[in-house]
Write a protein that binds this ligand. Sequence first.
Ligand SMILES: Cc1cc2nc3c(=O)[nH]c(=O)nc-3n(C[C@H](O)[C@H](O)[C@H](O)COP(=O)(O)OP(=O)(O)OC[C@H]3O[C@@H](n4cnc5c(N)ncnc54)[C@H](O)[C@@H]3O)c2cc1C
Length: 394
Amino acid sequence: MVKDKTYQVAIVGGGMVGATLACLLADKGVSVALIDAGEPMANWPEDTYDLRVSALTLASINTFKALGVWPDVVQLGEQAVEKMFVWDHFGSGELDIDSADAGEMQMGAVVENRITVLAIWKKLQQLESCDVFTSSQLEDFNIDDNGVDINLSEGAKIRAALLVGADGSNSKIRQISGIDDYGWEYQQKALVATVRPEKSHLNTAWQRFLPEGPLALLPLRDGLISIVWTSNAQITEANLNLLDTDFCEALAEASEHQLGAFELVGARGAFPLKLQFSPEYTQQRMVLIGDAIHTIHPLAGQGANLGLKDASTLAAVVLKAHQKGRDIASQQVLRRYERQRKGDNLLMMGIMDGFKRLFGADDMLVQFVRSSGMGAVNSSTLIKNQICKYAMGL
Ligand SMILES: Cc1cc2nc3c(=O)[nH]c(=O)nc-3n(C[C@H](O)[C@H](O)[C@H](O)COP(=O)(O)OP(=O)(O)OC[C@H]3O[C@@H](n4cnc5c(N)ncnc54)[C@H](O)[C@@H]3O)c2cc1C
């Protein structure tokens, strides 16, 4: 392990977001230390699938292509999303969007998180200016005018001009910095599972709004489907405990048999859902990105995509300062990142929370307006193309 070394940037958190930032900076010669409490999975048995998947937008895919990471993702397995079909349990409201109508081959791709993270780490290991510290936790840090001293588990110490917190929604860096977080628990859980559908998924992301929450059926490699089924804690618990065959029947019914019957592949899991955000993205020589500053409802699969935009924006402002020989961690530089990202992050959080409330409402009038509204949107190619571009992250 490298000890007592000085870097330009130390990034704590080697998830999708922190590891991408490390790649973007180290690729351009900035010296980076990437620290993570764990280590990405290097291999797995064939015919197994990660329960954590992300629908990546075209914008995220373009970032990975620019870094040369995407060919490895493709080789390990991804599934293009070409269409989206959304429908409501109430009335006849539905929305079908085709990327071809917006002049694109695909809207994005669904990739297991373990595949994306492994492909990014593979690239990182080829970059000379990046040192990775695995199985290593940030304990605490001290900031002075010129840099940050960072204490890691097992006594390791490093120093950096800039400390980046990409350490997820329970960010220790955010807590040590005394940055407040706001938000609420949704009193909902997302049940995740991989299933084999009787009919082809048609490269389509399916989403049905049920009274208890949305059910997403995302197309996965090998003709499979990754489901994210949001309900209150009791229903989720009951669905987790059903026999495999009963669970598959319940799922077929909940999805109105659009994809026929299902066969379960592997185990089921569940995640509690919350909305959380911090109004302060930066302090002296410290900056937060990804879930460390925003955690949103997964109903439109945007959390990681927002974090990847944070990483790209932060990399751009830091690299600009680096190229001009300026202090990469000045408040001028870090505030530029904050200004560029806060509006977009808050907008997406608001939209997701609004959708969650709109589709969760059991008031008959709201249900009627919602259903009619979906019908009206569905008949407008112009609006649908705008939604499509937004879903692509463009
Ligand atoms: C059910 C579900 C479905 C979702 N689907 C989608 C989707 O389709 N599309 C999408 O864009 N988003 C989706 N999301 C959101 C997405 O998963 C997250 O936004 C994303 O993983 C956040 O990435 P991150 O790198 O910021 O944080 P994390 O993935 O949480 O990574 C944080 C890293 O920091 C490390 N760490 C933490 N503390 C320390 C410490 N003290 N020292 C060292 N290391 C530390 C951890 O080990 C971890 O590797 C979904 C979320 C859920 C719950």
